[in-house]
Design a protein around this ligand. Sequence first.
Ligand SMILES: N[C@@H](CCC(=O)N[C@@H](CSS)C(=O)NCC(=O)O)C(=O)O
Ligand SMILES: [Fe+2]
Length: 256
Amino acid sequence: MGSYSTSSQSQQKLLFRQLLEKESSTYTYLLADFSHPDKPAVLIDPVDKTVDRDLSLVRELGLKLIYAMNTHVHADHVTGTGLIKGKVLGLKSVISKASGAKADLLVEAGDKVQFGDLFLEVRATPGHTLGCVTYVTGTEPNQPQPRMAFTGDALLIRGCGRTDFQGGSSQQLYKSVHSQIFTLPKNTLIYPAHDYRGFTVSTVEEEMQYNPRLTKDEETFKSIMENLNLSYPKMMDKAVPANMVCGLQDSASVSS
Ligand SMILES: N[C@@H](CCC(=O)N[C@@H](CSS)C(=O)NCC(=O)O)C(=O)O
Ligand SMILES: [Fe+2]
């Protein structure tokens, strides 16, 4: 799994781990400000099945988990956000306002989710779903390390999210990726919510050059998306309603 730390001054601050949930090929990301006395941390796209693994890593590393965030209302797995809320006192769930889902913090384009001295900037990237957002690490003056974009299912490595349900639109997705992701610095690292072939990370430059869907003109892109012929995710009927309430549809105790 991808993780890094380098010796450069600002890089030392960010602790980063990429975690895999094998059944749904979902990536969960852990980020923390390791230089801050509290070591505040966030989890992006946690899965219910791997909550215990993720929280034991958080404990081992001495982090204070403050946010559990989703890039969108997932259709293929149940989010771990609600379970984590029940286990970590004071933690807040985060999702976009446009998703229509419940959470403690409903974010919009331009918002910043702060953890210690670091933050994630929210970019609206609808098209796979209406409420998809991409979270991008903030910049520091003269920072040597690349930015990181957590693209959810908007942009996958050499692919992109399907657009045939949950308010999906290939026209909107094409615009989102070109205006909100491909305009980031070329060395920005792309970390998607899924990979089905074992890839872990890409860059804006690589995807602008080699993405077999998004390098095409808009009409060709639309036609590719109309002809994917993918079957519906196996867990869709359970996952979508549950994820509208932080994965806790069947629980009476917690509502967001
Ligand atoms: N077979 C899997 C679902 C696979 C799938 O549909 N993946 C989604 C992302 S999860 S909403 C997707 O957008 N895929 C795009 C692609 O090109 O593969 C299952 O049954 O769960
Ligand atoms: Fe999705």
